[in-house]
Design a protein around this ligand. Sequence first.
Ligand SMILES: NC(=O)C1=CN([C@@H]2O[C@H](COP(=O)(O)OP(=O)(O)OC[C@H]3O[C@@H](n4cnc5c(N)ncnc54)[C@H](O)[C@@H]3O)[C@@H](O)[C@H]2O)C=CC1
Ligand SMILES: O=C(O)C1=N[C@H](C(=O)O)C[C@H](O)C1
Length: 267
Amino acid sequence: MTRIAITGAAGRMGRMLVEAVHQHPATTLTAALEHPDSPSLSLDAGQLAGIGTAGVVIGADLAAITDQFDVLIDFTRPAATLANLAHCQAHGKRMVIGTTGFTATEKQTIHHAAQDTAVVFAPNMSVAVNLSFKLIEIAAKVLEDSVDVEIIEAHHRHKVDAPSGTALRMGEIVAQTLGRDLATCAVYGREGQTGERDRKTIGFATVRAGDIVGEHTVLFADKGERLEITHKASSRMTFATGAVRAAQWLMQHERGLFDMQDVLGLR
Ligand SMILES: NC(=O)C1=CN([C@@H]2O[C@H](COP(=O)(O)OP(=O)(O)OC[C@H]3O[C@@H](n4cnc5c(N)ncnc54)[C@H](O)[C@@H]3O)[C@@H](O)[C@H]2O)C=CC1
Ligand SMILES: O=C(O)C1=N[C@H](C(=O)O)C[C@H](O)C1
């Protein structure tokens, strides 16, 4: 059995992860963490997730549970994830990171930490989204610079980062395939007298509304036709099962940085 600790256990993803670990035949929940100010401290993680008593009380101190888990699954906020990563790096503990919204420098920190421990870091743990990454790469390879590329994403009103980590990854794939640098060719929204579209840009549009779980479209538009590659998530369980699968997969590695393309054998 792979022993899993979940941090952010009271969050939207955290509660799904508790259920997904419970459902997986080869994983067991041994620890659960939350922010020190969370009203969910001292509650049973299973009760909170609606799956009955798990016998795991939500705490706030990673150092106190270091010996109790094999893999830490973290869907929280960048600052919390980086603090947890430093602890896992120091103690050789594996990590699955689903948190999004990191700066380029923070992503470098994750790269560096993975020299000492094994990490799966992916903006989207869904199998179908990761398949869509391959489809996007093929589309960009075939259509080359003949098309305008726009990326549209929609999420619930509580999401705090934009564009989504998934949309940015999609942009990176297109940019890399077309020999562009996303840092210089991305356009994050338009307003006013914008002038005609610069053909080499990659545009992003963000929608935040209601309870949308997560939707992404990459639009490849030429004159006379357009191709749209769209993924729509209707349940967070798709992300949670992917993350638990990643945690189990990670047990074969002691160090290194991986993503869901590695976990799913899509590389
Ligand atoms: N990679 C993927 O497949 C997915 C990634 N995400 C990402 O996961 C993150 C979390 O998303 P949600 O669950 O919707 O957010 P949420 O706000 O519902 O949950 C985050 C939880 O983390 C907790 N937290 C914050 N600081 C903490 C700390 N220092 N220690 C312990 N817990 C702490 C909060 O109290 C909260 O309960 C976001 O960055 C989101 O973009 C979300 C869904 C899928
Ligand atoms: O915050 C969310 O909810 C989601 N975040 C991820 C992202 O930023 O890409 C993945 C998913 O779409 C849900």
